[in-house]
Structures are given as C-alpha cells and as structure tokens.
Design a protein around this ligand. Structure first.
Ligand code: FPP
Length: 235
C-alpha cells in the first residue's frame, strides 16, 4: 500500500493525511476485492522496518489502525468478513492487540472472504520465527528432522493454513518486494502500478486481476504441459 506519503506531499499536506486517505482505500479495496471474486486479501499495513519511521508518524499510524479497527468491527460482522493477521502482533500497542483479538474472535466463523492484515510483519522475521518453532518441535520430538519437507516447514509460517498468494500488487511505481511474503509468493504473479495507494480504485484492482488472468502460470513446467493434453507427473 505504497504512496501515501507522496500523495500527501503532492498536495502540500502532512504525511499522516496520506495515511488517513490510505485507510479509506483499505475500506474500499476490501469490498472491491470481494465483489471481484477474491477470497482472501492480504494488506501489508505495517512492516517490522516501519518502526524506524519518525515517532510521530508511527504513533499516528497506530492511532489510525485503532480507529479503523473500532469502526470496522460492526461492518465485518455485518458483511461477513473474517479478519486475520500475520506478523509479530504481540509487539503492537496493547489497545490495538485487544481490538485485533476481539475482531478476530467475532469473525472467525466466516468462510467466504478473509481480510489478512500484515502487522509488524517481515518475511525474514517470519522465517526466523518459523525455523525456531520448527527446531523446538524437533527438540520436543513432535517433528522428525529427517522428514523435513516444504509441506512440514510451511506449517510453522504465520500463514500455515492460508493459501499462497496468486497475485501481488504493489502501488506507487515501486518495483521491489520489500520483505513481503518471500516464501509464499514464490509462484505469485506480480503487478506493479504507478497509482499511489490513496488513489487506488476498484477499476485499478480489476485491471490488475485482468492482467493476472492473461498470464500463463507454469509452476516450473513447460507451456505445453500446463496448456496441452500432456499429463503432468508429480515428482
Ligand atoms: C506506505 O506508504 C504505507 C505505509 C507504510 C502504511 C500503510 C498504512 C495504512 C494505509 C493505514 C493503516 C492501515 C490499516 C489497515 C488501517 P508510504 O508512507 O511509504 O508512502 P511514500 O512511499 O509515498 O512515502
């Protein structure tokens, strides 16, 4: 969700105004995605690196998050949106943690559509956390080291029971991954758009999905294998 700061700067406004507008886009995009048939939407809302921003900006972002969660709980329940998080949320402010716990609990039975907020998230941190949890499970005799496979290790990631992303969209013209779902996005399609996050609309999302639908996903196989009658052989 990049470009909030630049959106504000272009208008001579403080950066936090860009984030405030960014929250509006979070709202519209959450429902736009569902309308367009998306089952799970993950938003990179706050990274482990974002703590290094000026303290007033970090404080304002936490305030916005708290405001957003307070306001959205009713909407999520009414519109059957399941909320989940990935990241070290136990290091988020206590007020935010409490709201997250309540919202996650009250929406956990919804199955049609899930919004995942990446909060205090970093892919490298996630891999370290997963490796530590996996090592602890091996030490406790719950996993056998020699059985280690991707399917096993995957169960220790924050996203354990979530599907891998099919499409990753980055706004504002940046063409980096920036520590986002590095392992899970191994076979994702990427769409980079110059649109700043506060200006991102349902039409932009639809265009990204249309672009995704044009791509041929080969998952390491040949074009003939994925499109033709040739049967694939599992290794
Ligand atoms: C990146 O834009 C955006 C962020 C680091 C924060 C995103 C947060 C929100 C949209 C609001 C809070 C989230 C929720 C889910 C309510 P940037 O500030 O780096 O923009 P720039 O690259 O133009 O400076």
């Amino acid at each position: 969700m990049d470009g909030n700061g630049r959106w504000a700067k272009q208008r001579g406004l403080p950066r936090i105004e860009g984030h405030r507008r960014g929250v509006e886009t979070v709202r519209t995009t959450t429902f736009a995605a569902r309308d367009l048939g998306v089952k799970m939407l993950t938003l990179y809302a706050f990274s482990v690196e974002n703590w290094k921003r000026p303290q007033d900006e970090v404080g304002a972002l936490m305030g916005l998050l708290e405001f957003y969660l307070k306001k959205e709980l009713e909407t999520f329940v009414r519109d059957r949106v399941r909320l989940r998080t990935i990241g070290r949320t136990d290091e988020m402010p206590p007020g935010v943690q409490k709201l997250l716990r309540t919202t996650i609990e009250e929406t956990k039975h919804f199955t049609d559509y899930t919004l995942v907020l990446a909060l205090n998230y970093g892919a490298r941190t996630e891999i370290v956390d997963a490796a530590r949890a996996y090592a602890a499970a091996v030490a406790a005799g719950k996993e056998k080291l020699n059985d280690g496979s991707w399917a096993t290790f995957n169960r220790y990631l924050y996203t354990a029971d979530m599907p891998d992303p099919d499409l990753v969209i980055r706004t504002s013209g940046e063409t980096r991954i920036s520590n986002f779902l590095l392992l899970q996005a191994a076979y994702a399609e990427f769409v980079f758009t110059p649109v700043l996050w506060p200006d991102f609309t349902k039409a932009d999302l639809a265009a990204a999905i249309a672009e995704f639908n044009k791509r041929e996903r080969r998952f390491g196989q040949t074009s003939e294998q994925v499109t033709g009658p040739v049967k694939t052989v599992a290794k």
